[in-house]
Design a protein around this ligand. Structure first.
Ligand SMILES: [Zn+2]
Length: 97
């Protein structure tokens, strides 16, 4: 197996998937971000409003060692939702104008 990045519909993401979230900031990274709690350390984090409630939220600090371990093992699968892919694409287009 090798490290991969794939795009999926939210409905196709298993409920045990970890969603890596940025720490809570003021102002928010995106103005419509919503609040959540890191499932590992209890820190307040933010994520996009379209993230499914069923998914496990984890902060970047808690996720880093897990992700680095999986990358070293060659078994890291990062998932980007179609919604996030669209938002990122729109942001890049706006920055280039
Ligand atoms: Zn955490």
């Amino acid at each position: 197996m090798s490290n991969t990045i794939i795009v999926k519909d939210i409905k196709d993401i298993p409920s045990d998937t970890l969603i890596v979230c940025a720490p809570w900031t003021s102002p928010l990274i995106m103005p419509d971000n919503v609040r959540a709690i890191c499932s590992h350390c209890g820190r307040v984090v933010q994520h996009r409003p379209h993230v499914a409630a069923k998914l496990v939220k984890i902060c970047t600090d808690c996720a880093a060692p897990l992700v680095l371990h999986d990358i070293a093992e060659g078994k890291c699968e990062m998932v980007v939702t179609r919604e996030s892919e669209r938002e990122l694409s729109d942001m890049i287009k706006k920055e280039r104008q």
